[in-house]
Write a protein that binds this ligand. Sequence first.
Ligand SMILES: Nc1nc2c(c(=O)[nH]1)N[C@H]1C(S)=C(S)[C@@H](COP(=O)(O)O)O[C@H]1N2
Ligand SMILES: [Mo]
Length: 441
Amino acid sequence: MRLDRLSRALRSKEDAYRPSLPSPPEVGPFRRDNWRSALRGPWLSSMLSLALLVLLAVVTVTGFLSHAAYDPRLGDNATSPLVKDLYFFSWPTRPAWLYAFTQGLHVVAGLALIPVLLAKLWAVIPKLYERPAVASISHGLERVSLAVLVGGALFEVGTGVINIQYWYTGLGFNFTPVHYAVALVFVAALVLHVLLKLPAMFAAFAEDGFLRPLKEGRAATRAPAPDRSLSVSTDPAEPTISRRGMLGAVGLGALTLAGLTAGQSLVGGYLRGTALLAPRGRSYGRGPNDFQVNTTARAAGITTSTTDGGWRLAVRGRRELSFSRDELRGFPLATEDLPIACVEGWSTLETWTGVRLTDLARMSGALDAEELVVQSLQRGSPYARVSLSPGKFRDPRALLALRVNGADLSPDHGYPARIIVPALPGVHNTKWVASLTFRTA
Ligand SMILES: Nc1nc2c(c(=O)[nH]1)N[C@H]1C(S)=C(S)[C@@H](COP(=O)(O)O)O[C@H]1N2
Ligand SMILES: [Mo]
């Protein structure tokens, strides 16, 4: 379509312009009277939208916070080079459980919204088959934005579930940048949709009452007037459940999903056993090192020959230093209780012992460094090299950990040494550290 034609069409009275696009035949699901539930209508759609909006707000805010916590301004941390400077604050290191909390919330709310999203799509599905399929240019644009909205929501939830369920390889692309990029498009479509639909929501609550339909049992449940919305059935069937019954079932589904996953984040303790949706095993070796392992030493290609005897930590600042593990153990060591909190929503609180990163910065003459680049012995993984901001490595609790819960780190937990920084996303707590480079201006 040529632009001048488009703008002329938009300026002219929109209903006067009807492109002669073919409409689907009136058969099967394409017939409006195929959709016969008496429950559908503006009130049900609005109520589900409201619940969905609250959950989406939680997921969106915590999602962007997670990206902010990655310090996207530094090094290769950004999930996309386009969005290095989107944030105007730096993620704090206090309280230490902050990221475990925000990211646990992201995953719990993201799972809880699945039944609500499906119910909402069910409530409005007759509109998918509205006729004519495209009535005007603005109507066509509105439907495209709805396709982006629905497609984006399903894509984000789908890829999120795939990621937390560990099917990275099944995905076929790198989760982080794609989940993030689609989130940006989705949020734009969502804001547009909310602005356009808010009046309809208020109108529905004004007409039916905010909670009044919840008082109706099944026998009193009637379809609204068909002219109120395209989602209303023109030929309603006898209801098999009340609106409150349906919303109750959706809510129960949401709570069940949330409840079956919440135990794998900070709440932990005995509740960990209730995290039945967490895909990971329950045991990771014996004793002090028996806690969550995503990437094993073996999977990372770390063998004892790379870590035993010959391993030395390179520390570069204004001076270049190198330490054996015994030398590091001879420094004044600090012991801190700090969580590892993965972007996948699981977290675990352990007691770590190691050398303070500030001490290493000072020894290399670079306490004023603007960035700490951590390089792992691991090769060919996006997690093998990360950048930490001064706010992170200058926190006195930030460690190059050598021990956990009173024992040496196991190979799977990053032996000979790993990074542990309070409130840092798990993925930046690099294991099998080879070098620390304090970059000064
Ligand atoms: N070198 C290296 N460090 C790493 C990883 C990794 O794959 N390689 N995984 C990171 C991730 S995603 C998390 S959540 C934490 C804890 O992961 P783990 O369960 O594999 O120990 O370590 C981080 N450190
Ligand atoms: Mo992670």
